[in-house]
Ligand binder design. Structure first.
Ligand code: NDP
Length: 610
């Protein structure tokens, strides 16, 4: 197979290691973490309800769909019309399931890509492996990193290809879900007064679906304009996802947050706002983007099976499993290249201390990231503030070629909060270290809820046998088989990383989970069984496996040594975390375990009621 189109990412093999003092860096990392630790953890954020509920209104709707409430009966009801719901729909169709209904809050399919239309939104995992079902649809994305509009349109194409628009209910939110043992059906209620009965339910609510706001004192008092990046207000800013935000030309704009979203939209704000203030609590690592258009010749000569092969190649590399080639060759796989080089160098010198070698490779990579800031930002003081001092993968790495140079513009000011966050919001602006910055608009690039209860993020409780809520069952820790099914909740399937697997390429995980779920549902329907449910023994054994395999398995991701963030419960101890961890053997082992389980054919650990 030929390689991807040309990219400009520097190769790890070409870069000599820079001299550094590891203990000084360790000490700096510790100090930066310490500065950011706060006792309120997740409680520092405010929910987007009550007076904040307008933050989740849909700004993209042309019209409200009018329809009568439904009271029907379907085979499978899928909650969520993003990639998870679409992939579930696709794999269920493949398994011969006709009667599918997808319920989606947005006005169309797309999920994350329906909501996140901020200027510059783009996938940050290579599109040739990030977009699902490419071979099934006979599609190759137009760029190495596709833009949000293309991904949204592609989501809709999946919906059409698999005939998922039939039965889809848009602009509809699930408000309740209850198991009715007598009829062996789930009863689903919605904000449109529907009462839908379903033999099976599959939850594809998404991992980052609920925007969050910082609980900054005074946030209620601000009188100017505000919105969250996942509901971009083009009415106010003018322009579109490609930029040209012309209505900001006479506006003083504040962005709070410097995560993956801010990195992508700040360059566009900087181009047009009269004055832009970027309020930073923790800098992101910003690596080379190196986007490029797809080479048509390369696309035309892809061999059948290329998509899965490429996804597995990437997943192998970012999981640290040596591959004969690096097909994706980008910032994600570059770190692994660094590790391989370090290994070669260290082992030839007789060093076999693997954690030490990995730490050194991580230092190398982060030194390179910090050097990149110096190379791109003219003012040395600003450059210093933009340098991240934590291990790679403590926070989501980002990739962008325009973000750092934006701080060379005269109309753009970085307001570094020294790890403390914005101190106060007033009627007219924001206060940091006693200085008030007056602004016309505050844009919250403050991310999404993670680590709060499943019901809170989903917006409804799942009531299983005897009316027991899933949240109550999991109050002391999660229990499931393979993360997807939980005892007491027959015919109910979940799609998430917890007790399943972590991979940087989330749609790859969804591909494996939805294939598995469709296999179990298809089999249950064919068999004519009323229910399929996890046995007590199988569930207990899987929880044991998760705990045992999880010890020390997460590395830097989620580690307690990391600077606080949503990867590690904002740095707070979490007594239930070990049970909610992804499978510690890694995603490659987990995917094989699922495939072997299906191939073995006995549906081990599941009980069927005929
Ligand atoms: P994040 O949670 O990553 O970032 C939120 C930002 O808000 C952080 O910089 C955080 O600082 C800051 N913040 C929070 N509270 C305050 C405060 N009180 N004062 C100042 N700053 C504050 O959200 P994003 O939306 O950026 O990204 C979420 C996830 O979405 C990513 O991790 C990624 O998985 C995904 N994503 C993917 C993209 C893609 O594929 N193209 C693009 C964008 C996002 P601190 O770090 O100190 O907490």
């Amino acid at each position: 197979m030929s390689s991807a189109p040309e990219d400009t990412t520097s190769s790890a093999a070409d870069t000599p290691f820079k001299e550094f003092d590891p203990e000084a860096l360790r000490e700096r990392y510790r100090a930066e973490r310490q500065k950011r630790l706060r006792s309120d953890g997740n409680e520092q954020y405010v929910q987007v309800d009550g007076q904040f509920s307008h933050y989740v209104d849909d700004p993209y709707l042309d019209q409200t769909i009018e329809r009568e409430p439904l009271t029907d009966d379907v085979d499978v009801l899928v909650v969520g019309g993003g990639f998870g719901g679409l992939q579930a729909g696709a794999r269920l169709r493949d398994a011969g399931v006709d009667d599918i209904r997808i319920i989606e809050k947005g006005g169309d399919f797309g999920g994350t890509w329906y909501w996140n239309r901020y200027p510059g939104a783009q996938c940050d995992i290579e599109s040739y492996i990030y977009l699902p079902l490419l071979e099934e649809l006979g599609y190759v994305p137009t760029e190495k990193y596709a833009r949000a509009k293309e991904i949204l349109e592609y989501s809709q194409a999946i919906g059409r290809h698999y005939n998922l628009y039939e039965g889809a209910l848009f602009q509809t939110e699930v408000t309740g879900m209850q198991w009715d043992a007598e009829s062996s059906r789930w009863i689903i209620s919605t904000n449109r007064n529907d009462q839908i009965r379903a033999r099976f339910v599959a939850m594809a609510n998404g991992p980052l679906n609920r925007p969050k706001l910082p609980g900054i004192p005074g946030i209620h008092d601000y009188k100017g304009h505000t919105f969250h990046t996942s509901r971009w207000d083009y009415e106010y800013t003018g322009g579109g996802p490609e930029g040209d935000l012309d209505r900001l030309a006479d506006k003083r704009v504040a962005v709070i947050g410097t995560g993956a979203t801010a990195i992508q939209c700040v360059p566009f704000l900087g181009q047009t706002a009269e004055q832009l203030f970027v309020f930073q609590r923790t800098p992101s690592s910003v690596d080379v983007r190196g986007n490029s258009p797809t080479d048509p010749e390369w696309a035309a000569n892809l061999n059948p099976g290329w998509h899965k092969h490429r996804m597995e190649n990437f997943n192998g590399l970012v999981s640290g499993v040596p591959q004969t080639e690096d097909l994706v060759h980008d910032g994600w796989t570059d770190l692994i290249g660094k590790m391989v080089n370090r290994f070669k160098e260290a082992t030839s010198a007789g060093d076999v201390d693997v954690p030490h070698i990995m730490e050194m490779a991580n230092f190398d990579k982060m030194n390179e990231i910090r050097d990149r800031v110096d190379a791109l930002v003219e003012d040395p003081a600003v450059a210093e503030q933009l340098k991240p001092y934590y291990q790679m993968f403590c926070k989501r790495p980002t990739f962008n070629d325009e973000y750092l140079p934006t701080f060379n513009r005269k109309n753009v000011q970085l307001v570094d909060t020294d790890g403390k966050g914005v101190e106060r919001i007033t009627e007219g602006g924001l206060v940091v270290q006693g200085v008030e910055y007056e602004v016309d608009c505050i844009i919250f690039a403050t991310g999404f809820e993670v680590g709060t209860s499943y019901a809170r993020r989903a917006g409804y409780e799942i009531l299983g046998r005897d009316g027991v809520a899933l949240g109550d069952k999991w109050a002391e820790g999660m229990s499931s088989l393979h993360g997807m099914q939980s005892r007491g909740f027959p015919n109910c399937f979940l799609m998430h990383m917890n007790q399943a697997a972590f991979t940087a390429n989330f749609p790859h995980l969804l591909e494996e989970l939805t294939t598995h779920i469709a296999h179990v549902i298809g089999h249950t329907l064919k068999k004519g069984s009323k229910t399929v449910e996890v046995s007590q023994v199988a569930e207990e054994a899987w929880v044991e496996t998760i705990i045992e395999k999880g010890v020390g398995a997460m590395g830097a991701l989620g580690s307690n040594d990391c600077t606080p963030g949503y990867y590690n419960n904002e740095g707070q101890p979490n007594p239930t975390a070990s049970r909610a961890a992804p499978y510690g053997g890694g995603s490659i082992e987990f995917f094989k375990l699922l495939a072997d389980w299906r191939a073995e054919g006995s549906f081990a650990g599941l009980e069927f009621e005929d």
